[in-house]
Design a protein around this ligand. Sequence first.
Ligand SMILES: Nc1ncnc2c1ncn2[C@@H]1O[C@H](COP(=O)(O)OP(=O)(O)OP(=O)(O)O)[C@@H](O)[C@H]1O
Length: 287
Amino acid sequence: MSEHDGSTTETAPDGDETTERAAEATDDGDPVDGGGARDADGPGDALAVDGVARSFGDVSVLADVSFTADRGTVACLVGPNGSGKTTLLRVVAGLLAPDAGSVLLPDGGDRAVGYLAQTPAFRPQFTLAETLGFYGDLAGVDVDPDGVLERVGLEAVADRRVGALSGGMTRLFGIAVATIGDPPVLVLDEPSSGLDPTMTEHVGSVVRDLADEGRTVLLATHELGTVDRVGDTVLVLDDGVIQTAAAPDALRRETGSETLTHAVNQFVHGGAGDLTVRAGTWEGADE
Ligand SMILES: Nc1ncnc2c1ncn2[C@@H]1O[C@H](COP(=O)(O)OP(=O)(O)OP(=O)(O)O)[C@@H](O)[C@H]1O
């Protein structure tokens, strides 16, 4: 966590979806261009979310969310199903306007945020290289397909059709797409859910490397093993607020927990029993 001196940009409480900042592959496969919805005003070096609130109708999902995440770090957003992780990520990516609050982005790159949707979908008939070129055009940046694919270890399959990728490779490709234009912030919604342990570990390493190169990575996950391996900060979201933000080790220490799962559960409304009902299963590699 660090101080940041850029001023924040308040967002009008109009509830409109915005698609101006990030480029994403939507769930129906249609690419949505982003580009720069609410530009960072100042030279801050951290991602700073301040007092973000978002409701759908009369259902409040995010009540008052605040946190910061430094460059070069991985911040892991965890919380029960339906706690608002995707909603928050979409607000940070500029794809969803908050009702209140602000998101301050660090300077840098042609694009401010790269976004991986929870269920990325690409046009299956195009090759990876063609798809990257397409997203590059949308973002208004030149793309070196081999260089981008190298970031995730897919350079050998640049000419393969996207439809011929495995689930894990598709997820990696989605991460590669998010890095187009080299945005300083990557927002990844469950980048390794449903993947086998080897691929989960590989995705974790890719995420770690992307952060180590100086990016800020904000990801949502239910896999606390991945959080333990690659996360610098655990952000526990429940009841519309960040219940705690701490390093995995500190969280365990603070709660006297042997496992990260147990530690996180201490901050979830209703405790572990309730969580089991609400979240289904939590995958902790430490148990
Ligand atoms: N566009 C929408 N319209 C109405 N309600 C929505 C919309 N998007 C999300 N919600 C609701 O907001 C709540 C939070 O959803 P969200 O997808 O952000 O949770 P999540 O923590 O990402 O869940 P999961 O872990 O299951 O992916 C849910 O109750 C969901 O039904």
